[in-house]
Structure formats: structure tokens, C-alpha cells
Design a protein around this ligand. Structure first.
Ligand SMILES: Cc1cc2nc3c(=O)[nH]c(=O)nc-3n(C[C@H](O)[C@H](O)[C@H](O)COP(=O)(O)OP(=O)(O)OC[C@H]3O[C@@H](n4cnc5c(N)ncnc54)[C@H](O)[C@@H]3O)c2cc1C
Length: 411
């Protein structure tokens, strides 16, 4: 296959920027155009609910240093959104009034925060957290807030709650689920995070249904629940998950998967000729799981971006990495590798949950489906190998044996 003359990337987040730099790293010398809606060069989002929100820094982690894109002849158009894709004529139209022909197109438009369809959800001051501006504005509000309500006890909600406590506010986290992070971690591990936040003074309203955001033109003043309770708040953060940003793809006629993300095959290709998708926006057919998965995590955006570059240049390599993510809350840091069903897979704990220093393994038929290390940092490679290799291991040995040896033996 001949090398494409012009590759257009829509989305200047981690996936888009990683793809652009990988194209150059792989020696591609054709045109690379990145249309990036935000007025910044690409940056990574994790610090927005951690170091930036805590006030430790005003800057996110930039994907590349200043000057990188120009130095690598990557035409980064910061602040210019793509407005339309025309698949037939292979063109992308942008908000600056230009249009761009492509030989290959990558969609890396990421996600946006979901809202709750209840009265008051359009009140001024109701906050979500996705961009650098969101984080700086939330931080400033937290620094003056007395009472904060966080709606949603997922990763962003719990990390933001930790930051709000650091700012000294009274914090209530509510969720319709019976426990924080339960869908990902299951009851037992969820309890560790619940206790962690309780120990830091967070109040919980679990199994709670929001029926209304209260307030007026001057701003949101609280949250009403289905049992009639009203929680007054100076700051309300809605952190109820993110939806893939697919308006552009949908309007162009690209096929969406059941979860609403752009449907791509194992090699991150859509069904449209020469159009690919990577990162949060993509529902990727993962050969290991035999189904499509949409992974909304930093490592997935970085690695899928790097991987898709090869396929944009003509390879047909499947993307095979298992999901990986990390979180930091107060003095607890953790990493999760793999993909488990916490309601079905067997849970094996190495260490003691109450010490908040342990490794949790999930297993099916003696194979490790996922591993979560909490405040334990020395076994990363072994954990990755155990999750990757899918070779039967003994649960008792996971609890007690040398993990490097076990991973080596498994291999
Ligand atoms: C606050 C926060 C904290 C997080 N913390 C962690 C963490 O601790 N660990 C972890 O593993 N993951 C974390 N994540 C998730 C991780 O950051 C995302 O999975 C990752 O950023 C996805 O990268 P992406 O490039 O696919 O999408 P995005 O980062 O969303 O980037 C997409 C970009 O495309 C742009 N765009 C959209 N539409 C257009 C258009 N039409 N034209 C041009 N540009 C467009 C958007 O403006 C955006 O800049 C966090 C996410 C958030 C929001």
C-alpha cells in the first residue's frame, strides 16, 4: 500500500496527539493536520481532578513540550473544531471556514461529561469536570466553598471529593448506587474507598436519587433527592460519567456501537474507507474479550493513539493491550490492570484490606482477569504479566508466593 499523502486527526487530546507524534516517530513524512477544539496544545486530563484541583499546580501535564508540533512539522490548529466530515469526497470542514482533504482520517474526539435529566440541570454554576478551564474554575469555587455536593461516586467524583476536603469544605458525595466505585470494584474493595473517604470526613448519601437541582438565576444552591431531602451547597459537581463525543461521526454516517461510541474493529478501523477512531470515542473490538469495549482511561488513549498510527500507514495490527488505569485520593494510590466482572469473578486478596496496602486479584477458572494494587508499587511488571498471560495460577500462591517468580513461571 502506498503511503498516504495527508492524514487528518480530529481531536487534540491524548489519543490524537499520541497518534500524530507516533506517525512522525515511524518516519511518516506526509502532511499531518490536527484539528483541536481547545485553545491549548494537547494535554493530559488526570491532573485536573488531582494536582490542579488540589492547587499543587496550575498546569496539566502537556502531552508534548512547547514547540514539539512545529518542530515535527505537525500542523496543530489549536482552537479550531472540525464541524463536518464528508466521507464521499474525503474532506473535513472546520470552524475557521477551511476544508481539508484526507487520505486517512482519525477521529479522536474523546468524551464529554454526562448531565442528569432533571429540573435545574441548566442552572448557572452547576459544575462538570473535563477541561483545564473546568478544573481551574472548580478549584477557585472550592477554595471559597463551605458546603460541596458531589453527584456521582465514580473515579472523578471521589477524586474531586478528596480535593474538596483538602480545601476544607464540608463534602457530601451522593450516588444512586449503594456503594462508591461498586460497578468496577465490587462490594469488598468499594468498602475500602468508602472508609477512606469517611475517615477524611466525607458524608455519603448512597442509594440516593437526584430529582432536582435547586437555585435560581444567581446559581445552583442545592440538590433535592427523591425522599424530599434538600442538600444545600455552594458548589455542586455533577460527575456521573462521560459519553463519547460522536456528533460529528454520527452526522457523517459512521456506524455507532450499542454503547453509542464509534464502532471500530480490532485494528481501530471504522467500516468507512480509511477512517479510524481511537481513545475514549472508540468502541473497539477486543480479541481477548471477544466483544467491543470502550475504555475511558489515560493509558488506552495514549496506547491506542500510538498504535493506530501504524495502521493509518497501512498496517493491520489488532490492538491487544488490556485496560490499565490509576487513581490517587488522599494518601491512597492505586493501579488497575485488566477487566473483571466484580459480581462474577473470584476475588483473591494479597495483604489486608484494612491496612489499605494490598493487591486484589479477580480470577475466572484460575486465570487472573484483573489486578488492583493499592499503595503497593513494586510488583507492576509481575501484575501485568499475570493479567496478560492468562495462564492458570493457584489462588493461594497469588496470596503468598513471590509474584515475579509466579509471573515468570506462568510465562
Ligand atoms: C478530570 C479527569 C481525570 C481523569 N483521571 C484519570 C486517571 O487518573 N487515570 C486514568 O487512567 N484516566 C483518567 N481520566 C481519563 C482519561 O483522561 C481519558 O480517558 C483520556 O483523556 C481520553 O483521551 P482522548 O484523547 O480519547 O479524549 P480527550 O482527552 O477527551 O480529548 C479529545 C479532544 O478532542 C477535542 N474535540 C472534540 N471534538 C472535536 C472537534 N469536532 N474538533 C476538534 N477537536 C475536537 C476535545 O476538545 C478534546 O480536547 C481522567 C479524565 C478526566 C476528565
Amino acid at each position: 500500500m502506498s503511503e498516504p499523502e495527508r492524514i487528518v486527526i480530529i481531536g487534540g487530546g491524548l489519543a490524537g496527539a499520541s497518534a500524530a507524534s507516533a506517525l512522525r516517530a515511524q518516519g511518516y513524512s506526509g502532511d499531518v493536520l490536527v484539528l483541536a477544539a481547545e485553545p491549548h496544545r494537547p494535554y493530559e486530563l488526570p491532573p485536573l481532578s488531582k494536582a490542579v484541583l488540589l492547587g499543587d499546580t496550575d498546569e496539566p501535564d502537556w502531552v508534548h513540550e512547547d514547540g514539539f508540533y512545529a518542530a515535527h512539522d505537525i500542523d496543530l490548529r489549536a482552537g479550531v473544531a472540525a464541524t463536518r466530515i464528508e466521507l464521499g469526497s474525503r474532506q473535513v470542514f472546520d470552524a475557521a471556514g477551511e476544508h481539508h482533504r484526507y487520505d486517512r482520517l482519525l477521529l479522536a474526539t474523546g468524551s464529554y461529561p454526562r448531565s442528569l435529566p432533571v429540573p435545574g440541570s441548566d442552572l448557572p454554576g452547576l459544575r462538570t469536570l473535563r477541561s483545564l478551564e473546568d478544573s481551574l474554575a472548580l478549584r477557585s469555587a472550592l477554595s471559597e466553598a463551605e458546603r460541596v455536593v458531589v453527584v456521582g461516586a465514580g473515579w472523578i467524583g471521589t477524586e474531586a471529593a478528596a480535593a474538596a476536603r483538602k480545601h476544607g469544605a464540608e463534602v457530601t458525595v451522593l450516588d444512586q448506587a449503594a456503594a462508591p466505585l461498586r460497578d468496577v470494584l465490587g462490594e469488598d474493595i468499594s468498602a475500602v474507598f468508602r472508609e477512606l473517604h469517611t475517615d477524611h470526613g466525607v458524608r455519603w448519601r448512597l442509594g440516593a436519587q437526584v430529582t432536582e437541582f435547586t437555585g435560581g438565576p444567581e446559581g445552583v444552591r442545592g440538590v433535592r433527592l427523591s425522599d424530599g431531602t434538600e442538600l444545600a451547597a455552594d458548589v455542586v459537581l455533577v460527575a456521573v460519567g462521560a459519553a463519547p463525543r460522536v456528533a460529528l461521526a454520527h452526522a457523517a454516517g459512521l456506524e455507532l456501537a450499542d454503547d453509542g461510541a464509534v464502532r471500530v474493529d480490532a485494528g481501530l478501523r471504522t467500516a468507512a474507507p480509511d477512517v479510524y477512531a481511537a481513545g475514549d470515542v472508540a468502541a473497539h473490538f477486543h480479541p481477548r474479550y471477544g466483544r467491543r469495549v470502550r475504555v475511558e482511561h489515560w493509558a488506552n488513549a495514549k496506547h491506542q493513539g500510538g498504535h493506530v498510527a501504524g495502521n493509518l500507514l497501512g498496517a493491520h495490527e489488532p490492538y491487544l493491550r488490556v485496560p490499565y488505569f490509576f487513581s490517587d485520593q488522599y494518601d491512597l494510590g492505586c493501579e488497575y490492570r485488566g477487566l473483571a466482572d466484580p459480581d462474577a469473578d473470584e476475588l483473591v486478596i494479597r495483604g489486608e484490606l484494612h491496612t489499605r496496602e494490598f493487591i486484589a486479584f479477580w480470577m475466572v477458572r484460575g486465570q487472573v482477569t484483573a489486578a488492583l494494587n493499592v499503595n503497593v508499587w513494586e510488583h507492576g511488571d509481575a501484575l501485568q504479566a499475570l493479567v496478560d498471560q492468562q495462564i492458570p495460577v493457584d489462588a493461594d500462591r497469588l496470596r503468598h508466593a513471590d509474584l515475579a517468580e509466579l509471573a515468570g513461571q506462568a510465562g
